[in-house]
Design a protein around this ligand. Structure first.
Ligand code: PLP
Length: 392
């Protein structure tokens, strides 16, 4: 295998050297003045990134742990909830809600479809729900849902709105307060440019007021909120990851959220242009909102796992296979977080070489240029309703 390694999956994502250096600093005590200012700063800036005035609760956990905090705090056994599922992560939340004893109604789509607000309205008219659970960026398919519209419909029906923004927070607009999102959940290892291990949940007052009867301890929101309000944590936090996140949030806010969203739009454009120039078929939508991961159908007769394996063996490049029912059928190119256009051209160039070695009839010698041109093209702006308000 080549000596140099490239991590191009849609999570975990590459971590900038200054973030890694901060995370490698000597350990400080979490209840000492060495840590408290870092913790306070991180919690305040997470509110900026989530665009909320509410508390953002931080857990030593992956994104799934932060999501479980939402389920454990909001669900009481036997209560009606509605989950919107159009891929692997939507289905995970259906399983988790079921495990906690919720009566789950599932608005289910084929993997790769985009949830539609009208469908949600119709379903909520048939059966009420305490909360609607949606995925903003369905990383398994590359679809980014219009969370603003879905949330509006849920709120009209009097339901709370819980959003999985694990792969989207910091990459595409997620306006927690302006869109009336009650809970927004994310993790450190995607657009926040950190190692895996931190989960976060932005929680509205309405959600705090609606907590249920499921057993919980580590993930109890109130316990964490009370401690955080004193710049403390109820349990030992992963101080090294928090120190890394401090530097990563510096980077993100220095670039500016709007500029970061714009960069992700352009990266998505570049990836799609390169893929189309190769003559391959996109699986994820060919739209600007699909700015997180580009999913590509493997050419007929080729297993996408062979493409993933090929770029890894030949070039030390890690891209992602499809998940679940899409395994072997699609491969996924990540562009979340610390990515620039040359990360896209490296992915496209390696896929071109490996696919032609595998005997696929791809167009040679044009895709990298197409990707670069699409990235450079003037007028990059957000497409799709979800993105518009942040550009004003
Ligand atoms: N939700 C989405 C949309 C994701 O992309 C992921 C991670 O891949 C998760 C949830 C789960 O997060 P974690 O693996 O950090 O538990």
């Amino acid at each position: 295998m080549a000596g140099k390694r490239y991590l191009f999956t849609p999570g975990p994502t590459p971590v900038p050297p200054d973030v890694l250096a901060a995370a490698a600093a000597p350990i400080v005590h979490h209840r000492s003045p060495d840590f408290r200012p870092i913790y306070e700063r991180v919690l305040a800036r997470l509110r900026d990134v989530c665009r909320t005035e509410s508390d953002v609760l931080l857990f030593g956990a992956s994104g799934t742990g932060a999501f479980e905090s939402a389920v454990a705090n909001l669900v009481s056994p036997g209560e009606p909830h509605l989950a919107v599922a159009a891929g692997n992560f939507g289905e995970r939340w259906v399983s988790m809600l079921t495990a906690y004893g919720a009566e789950v109604d599932v608005l289910r789509y084929a993997w790769g479809e985009t949830p539609v607000a009208g469908d949600l309205r119709a379903r909520l008219a048939e059966r009420e729900a305490k909360a609607v659970w949606v995925v903003q960026s369905e990383t398994s398919t590359g679809v980014v849902a219009d969370v603003r519209e879905l949330a509006e419909v849920a709120r009209e029906a009097g339901a709370l709105v819980v959003v999985d923004a694990v792969s989207s927070l910091g990459a595409v607009p997620c306006e927690t307060d302006a869109w009336g999102l009650d809970v927004v959940v994310s993790g450190s290892q995607k657009a926040l440019m950190c190692p895996p291990g931190l989960g976060l949940a932005a929680v509205s007052e309405a959600a705090f007021a609606a907590t249920g009867s499921s057993p919980r301890f580590y993930f109890d929101w109130e316990r964490t909120r009370k401690a955080q309000q004193k710049a403390d944590a109820p349990f030992t936090p992963p101080v090294s990851l928090v120190a890394g996140l401090d530097v990563a949030l510096d980077r993100l806010l220095e670039e500016g959220l709007e500029a970061a969203f714009e960069r992700h739009v352009r990266l998505g454009r570049a990836a799609r242009a390169g893929i189309k120039a190769l003559g391959l078929e996109l699986f994820s939508p060919d739209e600007d909102r699909s700015a997180v991961v580009t999913a590509v159908r493997a050419p007929a007769g080729i297993d996408s796992g062979d493409v993933v394996q090929g770029v890894r063996d030949r070039f030390g490049i890690t891209i992602a296979n499809g998940q679940g029912e899409l395994k072997g059928k699609i491969f996924r190119l990540g562009h979340i977080g610390w990515f620039d256009v040359f990360d896209i051209t490296t992915q496209i160039g390696s896929v071109e070489l490996v696919l032609s070695e595998l005997g696929a009839g791809v167009e040679r010698g044009v895709a990298v240029t197409a990707a670069l041109e699409a990235f450079e093209a003037a007028g990059a702006g957000h497409g799709g309703g979800a993105a518009e308000p942040s550009l004003t």
